[in-house]
Design a protein around this ligand. Structure first.
Ligand code: 5AD
Ligand code: FES
Length: 348
């Protein structure tokens, strides 16, 4: 991929046209010279669509059992050191009840690909949450399933689904996952979810081993084609019990640059300042908000299991209880110049 020259006009054009050429994207990803202009432009666009509103999603990590073996992930099947847990239905409902009191109106059920949670069990959980909290949105983040399963969850009341594509490059996908997993199936899942009527979230890791600028440009093109409602990205962070233990973490500044580019490409998208961003730098999530992110996903899981959902090392918010997290968060968001709202925060 050739690199093309940039100027201040390039950022203005990205804001206006919502896209650039491959060569321009590549150049932009490889320099910090336009970061200030990108953040300013992204924040303007974000404020024009969403004002200063920040939506919160209560994240319930309900199982860390996983049948997959992604090379980067701390809860991969092959990690015999992981201490495994599952929340039961009552515990999950309890998380939602305390979340409701704290002002959460979206609950995200996230877990590894755990065969214990059959479609019937997932549907039962979703419909019970919707019955107890009819004004809330339920988001699922439980991996690759058949179209029929996705349809069943949707019919049970699930509103949204998060499934990061991780990387849009077939070659890089193969470097990060065992041969049993395929990018084509993941992409099939994303299109099925969209067709069924979910609000869909995709996204990639920034800086996993062997990722190049070209791969990130492929990610941007893939997202343009998919047109997701939500886009979650975060830096790759190493975990001692994975084949990538010795690999360096992804870059904070590249993640922030990508957040700003994504806001300019997708003005209406719901874009979280992720936990991984808050882990790589103590002010990472605040920096993410200022670069165009408008969602935060605090942990609602019971304190006793939080350390066990260890996708990567040093994960933040594994100590406090949900109430403390929420107070801490309101303060942080306000200090950054935004405001947490009590709202489902549906896609515009
Ligand atoms: N570092 C950063 N992000 C990770 N994820 C999984 N493992 C890691 C890691 N080591 C991300 C993946 C997944 C999401 C739930 O967490 O992108 O989709
Ligand atoms: Fe569980 Fe990748 S290790 S989905």
């Amino acid at each position: 991929m050739n690199r093309e020259p940039l100027s201040q006009e390039t950022v203005a054009r990205l804001e206006r046209d919502r896209t650039l050429t491959d060569g321009e994207f590549a150049s932009l990803l490889e320099t910090d010279a336009y970061d200030a202009a990108l953040y300013e432009s992204a924040d303007r666009v974000r404020r024009s669509v969403y004002g200063t509103d920040v939506y919160v999603r209560g994240l319930i990590e309900f199982t860390n059992w996983c049948k997959n073996d992604c090379f980067y992930c701390g809860i991969r099947h092959g990690n015999k050191n992981a201490s495994r847990y599952r929340l039961d239905e009552e515990e999950i409902l309890g998380c939602c009840a305390s979340g409701w009191e704290l002002g959460y109106r979206t609950f995200v059920l996230q877990g590894g690909e755990d065969p214990f949670f059959t479609d019937d069990r997932i549907c039962s959980i979703v419909s019970r949450i919707k019955r107890h909290f009819p004004t809330c949105a339920v988001t699922l983040s439980i991996g690759e399933k058949s179209r029929a399963s996705y349809q069943a969850y949707f019919d049970a009341g699930a509103d949204r689904y998060l499934l990061r594509h991780e990387t849009a490059s077939h070659w890089l996908y193969g470097q990060l996952h065992p041969a049993a997993m395929s990018l084509d199936n993941r992409i099939r899942c994303l299109y099925d979810l969209k067709e069924i009527g979910y609000a869909v979230g995709a996204g990639m890791m920034v800086g996993p081993p062997r990722q190049t600028t070209e791969h990130l440009v492929e990610d941007l093109r893939f997202l343009e084609k998919l047109g997701p409602h939500m886009i979650g990205i975060g830096p790759y962070l190493s975990h001692r019990d994975t084949p990538f233990a010795a690999e360096p973490n992804g870059s904070l500044s590249l993640t922030l640059r990508l957040l700003a580019i994504l806001r300019l490409m997708f003005p209406k998208a719901l874009i979280p300042a992720t936990t991984a961003l808050g882990t790589i730098h103590p002010k990472g999530r605040e920096m993410g908000l200022k670069a165009g992110a408008n969602v935060i996903m605090p942990n609602l899981s019971p304190v006793g299991v939080r350390k066990k959902y260890e996708l990567y090392e040093n994960k933040i918010c594994t100590g406090e209880d949900a109430a403390e997290c929420r107070v801490c968060l309101d303060r942080r968001v306000e200090a950054a110049g935004y405001r947490v709202v009590v709202d489902r925060g549906d896609p515009k």
